[in-house]
Design a protein around this ligand. Structure first.
Ligand SMILES: NC(=O)c1ccc[n+]([C@@H]2O[C@H](COP(=O)([O-])OP(=O)(O)OC[C@H]3O[C@@H](n4cnc5c(N)ncnc54)[C@H](O)[C@@H]3O)[C@@H](O)[C@H]2O)c1
Length: 254
């Protein structure tokens, strides 16, 4: 499988470093970033090609992995899917624009492509998907991050946001993709609270789901990536796992 990457930052570095280290049939061949130096650095690590023009990789890949920013999904996803190329999207907040979501869904269907959204920095998505259409009554997310991660300079805990996921991703587009992932998984605009907490050094996500099935709560206490404290290590690891799953015969927990 030949892969092209959009966005050569923290997530792309973790994924590329891991994939090139072991035997697999994943060839990360092309690297694109608005900062060409970042693309070149990663391309040299993987023995791939840094492209200046995004279109240069489109005709030679099986899959595009987006790990750049929500704006890049708007910019490039229609082109990728229009070419019938599968895509992994990390900046999932971009899909909380529901007109855009349906536009991409139609483009993918019409051109025989698939859009993959990794579980990212949370656990529990399997359960949410399973119960989504079976009496799920309530889903909420409480996210707690350090001031550094949220770009704040405060020394007491503060609730930064309380409301719907669609508004959370507008206010914190690079910080709250998990709210979008859960919303898309259960097809509803979930309740979100974002807390900035000087006492934590991890990105903590607590999900609560209640319904006819019973109730579950999950807590994920993520170490942030060294290169980008907004981003959790687990987000990159979930994308690596997804990439590898395309080669598997027995798929568990998906
Ligand atoms: N799904 C999840 O659970 C999850 C978790 C963490 C981060 N994310 C998202 O994944 C994305 C990447 O995260 P990261 O930590 O690697 O970010 P990063 O800032 O470390 O790297 C992003 C890279 O993309 C490049 N870039 C940005 N906009 C671009 C554009 N329009 N065209 C080309 N290149 C562009 C930047 O130059 C940078 O090199 C972000 O949108 C982030 O919000 C998702």
């Amino acid at each position: 499988m030949k892969v092209g990457i959009i966005g050569c930052g923290a997530i792309a570095n973790i994924i590329t470093t891991s994939i090139v280290q072991e035997e697999n049939n994943i060839d990360i061949a092309y690297f694109f970033d608005k900062d060409i130096e970042r693309a070149e650095n990663l391309a040299s690590l993987a023995g791939g090609v840094a492209v200046l023009d995004f279109d240069d990789m489109l005709n030679d890949v099986d899959l595009i992995l987006e790990c750049a920013a929500p704006v890049s999904v708007k910019e490039y996803a229609p082109k990728v899917l229009g070419h019938g190329i599968d895509m992994i999207v990390m900046s999932i907040g971009a899909l909380m624009d529901f007109d855009f979501y349906h536009e991409l869904e139609s483009l993918a269907k019409d051109n025989g492509a698939k859009i993959h959204l990794p579980s990212g920095a949370i656990v529990g998505l399997d359960g949410i998907k399973a119960v989504a259409k079976f009496g799920l009554k309530e889903v909420s997310l409480v996210t707690r991050k350090s001031p550094k991660s949220l770009g704040k300079n405060i020394d007491t805990e503060e609730v930064l946001f309380e409301g719907k996921a669609s508004d959370a991703v507008k206010e914190f587009p690079l910080n709250i993709n998990v709210a979008a992932t859960i919303s898309i998984a259960c097809q509803r605009d979930i309740d979100v609270k974002i807390i900035v907490d000087p006492k934590v050094d991890r990105n903590v996500h607590e999900i609560t789901a209640k319904g006819d099935f019973g109730e579950f709560k999950t807590t994920t206490m993520n170490y942030p990536c060294a290169a980008n404290p907004k981003t959790s290590m687990l987000a990159a690891l979930s994308a690596i796992r997804l990439l590898k799953s395309f080669n598997e015969t027995i798929c568990v927990g998906m």
